[in-house]
Design a protein around this ligand. Structure first.
Ligand SMILES: Cc1cc2nc3c(=O)[nH]c(=O)nc-3n(C[C@H](O)[C@H](O)[C@H](O)COP(=O)(O)OP(=O)(O)OC[C@H]3O[C@@H](n4cnc5c(N)ncnc54)[C@H](O)[C@@H]3O)c2cc1C
Length: 434
């Protein structure tokens, strides 16, 4: 059994991995390094970094289907994937102050009125509730500390020597100027560490799997227009495909009731996402969701997406367009950072030739939700940077070139909490077995 497991990133993936190791009585040492803060000191404004990572301040929606949230069944098969999901959901309930409030929405039939314009992907979602994530984080953290996990906070890992198995820190983390040795490394740096993963992939010339572009807008409108669909599926996923063009679109991460648009900052540029609060005091009766395009076959998809995002900035922030509305406020009552533009010209030009697919999507939503008309707005862009996925051994997610280094979560191929946590658990199970 490996004696010394080092995890880079205290996000959803590694927290689940460490939990599995502790639960199964792992006898070695576990060290988790994160550039963010522990859950007691982490502020609400620190959206991406700290205990539980981006999942810690997310919308707390745990998707429960293998075709949603990134790759898992491709590595371990359908049945095992569902079993791993169950373990992640059980963990969220276990550290939840009110586990009985964790509810599963499970829509069953595709409603007639959305046809023939859209398909609707139906899948169950467990709702943890954004407002409880902080408490869950604290309970979970205490459990891991009591279990003997050592955390190193507010420390950025800047390099990893895969040959000599040493982790290096920014400006020489005082107690470990020589770096930290590992037997096994689990790399779970999430979206905030995407550049770092890319750096390592280039440095070590890691083989990769090709990826599509994922880009679009965050759509926002009063909830009443969408209520008949929300009644069927809370986090509805409308989709359509243009097979011959290599383009597919889907609505992504729908938030309702107390729904707020969130600004994400990556590479110094702004893009958008959304989250929902559970507490009734935050109710604003709005709905927001991404309209995301997946485009296959673009050469250097990562660079292409970054370039488009850059073109969609004015004065250091993203854009907002609406035929009738103004940008909304955050749950703290502050303006969502965006420059309002009067026409779609700049947006269409920057996303050339793909924005027409988003435009058609909105036009067709107006047909199936007749009250919507011009009562909507879009925050631009929403982007999922799918950096090249390192090629891993499917049985343990280890690098084909360095089998004692495992990639998990958004740093590998996940895009959501359940899949990230399940990938972490999967690796932990492998470590325990071997
Ligand atoms: C606003 C928002 C809302 C979301 N809502 C949902 C949702 O409702 N449902 C859902 O399924 N998914 C949601 N997601 C996505 C989900 O949060 C992620 O898929 C998930 O957290 C990924 O887990 P991870 O462990 O791979 O990475 P993360 O949870 O992002 O954790 C990565 C950790 O690594 C640390 N790190 C990065 N680089 C370094 C470094 N060099 N040195 C040290 N530490 C480093 C970071 O500080 C971070 O704590 C949301 C994301 C955002 C941003």
């Amino acid at each position: 059994m490996s004696k010394n497991v080092v995890m880079v990133g205290a996000g959803v993936a590694n927290v689940n991995a460490a939990t599995k190791l502790i639960d199964e009585g792992f006898k070695g040492k576990i060290t988790i390094i994160d550039m963010g803060k522990n859950p007691y000191d982490r502020k609400y404004s620190e959206v991406m970094e700290g205990f539980l990572g981006a999942g810690g301040w997310s919308d707390g929606k745990l998707t429960y289907h293998t075709s949603i949230g990134g790759q898992l069944s491709k590595y371990c098969g359908e049945e095992k994937a569902m079993e791993l999901f169950d373990q992640v959901i059980a963990n969220f309930k276990r550290f939840h102050p009110k586990p009985e409030e964790v509810q599963c929405s499970n829509p069953i039939a595709e409603p007639e009125f959305i046809k023939p314009y859209f398909g609707l992907r139906l899948f169950p979602v467990w709702h943890v509730g954004t407002d409880y994530l902080h408490e869950i984080g604290k309970n979970w953290y205490d459990f891991l500390v009591d279990g003997g996990v050592e955390f190193i906070w507010e420390t950025k890992v800047t390099d990893i020597d895969f040959e000599n198995q040493i982790v290096h820190f920014e400006d020489g983390y005082e107690p470990l100027v020589e770096g930290l040795k590992y037997d096994k490394l689990i790399f779970g740096v999430g979206k905030s560490g995407i550049d770092f993963g890319k750096q390592l992939a280039e440095q070590y010339d890691l083989p990769t799997e090709p990826k599509p572009v994922q880009i679009g807008v965050r759509f926002e409108a009063p909830q009443k227009h969408f209520q008949k669909l929300i009644d069927v599926s809370y986090d509805f996923k409308l989709y359509r495909k243009y097979e011959d063009k290599g383009v597919s679109l889907r609505s992504f991460c729908t938030n309702n009731n107390a729904a707020y648009v969130a600004v994400e900052e990556t590479y110094g540029d702004h893009s958008y996402n959304g989250h929902a609060k559970k507490d009734e005091v935050f109710r604003n009766n709005m709905t927001n969701f991404g309209i995301l395009m997946e485009v296959q076959g673009i050469d250097k998809p990562f660079e292409w997406s970054r370039d488009v995002v850059k073109k969609l900035q004015i004065d250091g922030t993203g854009l907002y367009y609406s035929p009738t509305r103004k940008p909304s406020t955050t749950s703290e009552g502050e303006k969502v950072s965006a420059i309002q533009v009067d026409t779609l010209h700049k947006i269409a030009k920057s996303m050339q030739p793909y924005f027409m697919y988003v435009y058609d999507f909105i036009e067709d939503m107006k047909k199936i939700f007749p009250t919507l008309k011009d009562d909507w707005g879009i925050y631009v862009p929403e982007v999922k940077y799918l950096s090249a996925e390192p090629l891993v051994n499917y049985e343990d997610l280890s690098l084909t070139k360095y089998p004692n280094v495992h990639f998990v979560g958004d740093a590998l191929s996940a895009r959501g909490i359940t899949v990230s946590g399940a990938q972490g658990t999967y690796v932990a199970e492998y470590i325990l077995k071997n």
